[in-house]
Design a protein around this ligand. Structure first.
Ligand code: ZN
Length: 686
């Protein structure tokens, strides 16, 4: 397996104002690169701006400036943003660069030479204000389906890329995983799309309609279609010394193959992209590459939407969150942590500022920041501010935490990081982060159990041993979190004076202000908006299903009826159920807990192994038979309802300390229940 990662974001449309979708995707790409380097690999990180097209031309005309002047003034809104979010691209590309124009013209010219681009006359329904064609099927009662204005019949000559020739080759690439698409359901979506005959792609626009673009080298009346132009940026970045095309030298491929950058990085590429541009990346782009005789990209990582009140963030709804406001309020580390911890790559996730505050306060301020503060404080009070010597034997809880830290760092567990950075499987950053944060929770548990602030009076060696090892644990956590919170991680290593990852007895610790100040949740910076009555396709639609709520159904084996959740005994559904009084009911400790980790149980189709924060010192392990209805990564970071005062029981050789509340769907499959909005972990359900 190659330990090289060429990671890209889409090039962002220069006319847009940066929003959290841009910020998330760039932070994701940056973190994937950092995880790869943490794993001993090499990375090359590309982002940039898409600067051609109709809207740029129109906006420039409106301002009375040239399109070039317009984009020159705008691109830095993106370029200058990334360093302030601790994103460090190796190359920022603009599609108006001469190098890029040359690559696009070479690609066009080569495909034209190869007979893979041909001109056709096309007739269709044209919407003049929108400047686009519609097919007979698309128009609605003679009107534009987009703006509702009348359309006119128009003939136009255009250039077409013979994309249809590469349909089978593309299907093979997706099916064999030669081009992996993450998450897997997106690969199925692409294969579904490819079940229909693939059309050829119109790759030109007549200059009479659009002049702000890259001129076709073989027909000066046309410019290139913006996507044909934009996608090639991923290759331009690998061909830095390519001369402009001429009549005698206008091939692309032979120059590329000779470029050391290309040889090093292609096709070890991961394209990060939003799911709205999946078709362009999973169909247009690989067929363009195949036509040029180049390998398809190795991996596409498709991200979901950030939803607000379950609606996609979009300018038209007016619920766009400004990343600059977030950065200035909470700082880039908190923003990065929230994005990467909260969203399972590929799934939609809900954005709320309240959730940002919760993550900051609970995970970063409490579990990590306060942990460091406490330990350094104890060392200051009892050991002259120096790292004490670990002369004693670690307690049981300490040994357990150390073992966990070792596992996180070992080759075995590092497969998680490898997954993140390298492989064609899921990019489970949220899991990686949750696993690392579980270490900080264990270390907090050690401080509570070992109580070195007390034992220091009676057994100084024991207290010293605890503090020394907890500091080492913090250093390990900081190193593993470095791709997510680079600044805080570096600051932790600086204060513990362990930049090389090793904690040394006798070293003077550095005190400092809290790493993550707590925030209070106040009025929203962003205003929640009313949803439109009509349902846009991006909205998540839930099918109403009749749910039968059955406490204990999670662990009830089918056909055995209901399990009495007080006694653990089963009773038949036919028995008349007894009414319970409120006192009896309230003896059940139903509590809300946050799912920290979730993973399948080997050899079990139904069980998931969860660790759940119930507001206690250590998270609980709970096994639940919900694997058929919910993917583990969808559960992580969500709150669930738990029966907390059941005696522990063994399932598949593992201890389950509590039971998840579930409801059965129409097929009898178990569906976990969640609070309608976040509440503190551990609160009672009444
Ligand atoms: Zn229209």
């Amino acid at each position: 397996m190659s330990n090289r990662l060429y990671v890209t974001t889409p090039i962002y449309y220069v006319n847009d104002k940066p929003h959290i979708g841009h910020a998330y995707c760039t932070i994701l790409a940056d973190a994937l690169g950092r995880y790869t380097r943490l794993n001993g690999g090499e990375t090359y990180f590309l982002t940039g701006t898409d600067e051609h097209g109709q809207k740029v031309q129109q906006a420039a005309e409106k301002r009375g400036v040239s399109p070039k002047q317009h984009v020159d003034e705008l691109f830095s809104a993106f370029k200058d943003l990334w360093p302030t979010l601790e994103c460090a691209p190796d190359r920022f590309i603009r599609t108006t660069e001469h190098a890029h124009v040359g690559v696009v013209q070479r690609a066009l010219w080569q495909l034209h030479d190869q007979g893979l681009i041909e001109d056709r006359t096309f007739e269709g329904w044209y919407c003049v204000p929108d400047e686009r064609f519609w097919t007979e099927k698309e128009i609605v009662e003679g009107k534009c389906p987009d703006c509702g204005r009348p359309v006119t019949r128009l003939q136009e000559r255009n250039w077409f890329f013979l994309m249809s020739r590469f349909q089978q080759r593309l299907i093979d690439a997706v099916q064999t995983g030669e081009m992996a698409i993450v998450p897997a359901n997106r690969a199925n979506e692409v294969l579904g799309f490819l079940r229909e005959p693939l059309q050829d792609l119109c790759i030109s626009r007549p200059k009479s309609r659009l002049s702000w673009g890259i001129e076709l080298p073989f027909d000066r009346d046309f410019v290139a279609y913006v996507w044909f132009d934009a996608l090639l940026n991923y290759i331009t970045a690998l061909a830095p010394d390519l001369p402009p095309p001429t009549q005698d030298d206008h091939q692309l491929t032979k120059h590329l193959l000779a470029s050391p950058m290309y040889q090093k990085w292609w096709p070890h590429v991961t394209h990060c992209l939003g799911k709205d541009i999946l078709t362009t990346h999973a169909v247009y782009w690989p067929t363009m590459l195949l036509a040029l005789g180049l390998p398809v990209p190795r991996r596409l990582v498709t991200t979901g939407w950030w939803l607000m009140d379950d609606a996609k963030m979009s300018k038209s709804i007016g619920n766009v969150v400004d990343p600059l406001v977030l950065r200035d309020t909470y700082g880039p580390d908190v923003m990065r942590y929230f994005f990467l911890r909260e969203m399972a790559v590929g799934q939609d996730a809900n954005f709320s500022e309240e959730a940002v505050v919760r993550r900051n306060n609970a995970d970063l301020a409490n579990d990590l920041g306060n942990l460091l503060q406490r330990v350094i404080g104890m060392c200051t009070r009892s050991f002259d501010g120096k790292i004490p010597e670990a002369a004693g034997t670690p307690s049981f809880v300490l040994a357990d935490a150390l073992l966990y830290a070792q596992r996180l760092q070992s080759v075995d567990a590092a497969s998680d990081f490898e997954t993140v950075a390298m492989t064609a499987s899921q990019a489970r950053l949220n899991r990686t982060i949750a696993d690392t944060m579980a270490l900080t929770q264990k270390l907090n548990g050690v401080l509570t159990a070992d109580a070195p602030f007390k034992t220091v009076l009676t057994d100084r060696d024991a207290a010293a041993t605890t503090l020394h090892h907890v500091l080492q644990g913090i250093v390990i956590a900081a190193q593993l979190l470095a791709p997510v919170i680079p600044a805080a991680s570096a600051e932790i290593l600086r204060r513990v004076r362990a930049e090389d990852g090793v904690v040394r007895a006798g070293v003077q610790l550095l005190e400092g202000p809290p790493l993550f100040p707590k925030h209070e949740w106040k009025a929203p910076v962003t205003t929640p908006v009313e949803l439109p009555v009509s349902t846009p396709t991006e909205l998540r639609v839930t099918t109403p299903t009749e749910l039968k709520v059955q406490p204990g159904a999670a662990e009830a084996t089918s056909g055995r009826g209901l399990q009495d959740f007080r006694t653990g005994e089963f009773r038949s559904e036919q028995e008349p159920s007894n009414l319970v009084d409120i006192d009896t009911f309230s003896r059940n400790q139903l509590r809300v807990g946050l799912v920290l980790t979730a993973e399948p149980v080997p050899k079990s189709k139904k069980l998931l192994r969860l660790t759940i924060n119930l507001g206690e010192e250590t998270p609980r392990q709970i096994l639940s038979g919900i694997a058929e209805t919910v993917a583990p990564e969808d559960l992580i970071g969500k709150q669930v309802l738990v029966i907390a005062n059941l005696p522990p029981r063994l399932m598949m050789g593992m201890e389950s300390r509590g039971m998840l509340l579930v409801a059965e769907d129409a097929d009898g499959k178990r569906v976990p229940l969640h609070p309608a909005r976040d509440v503190p972990n551990g609160v009672l359900v009444k």
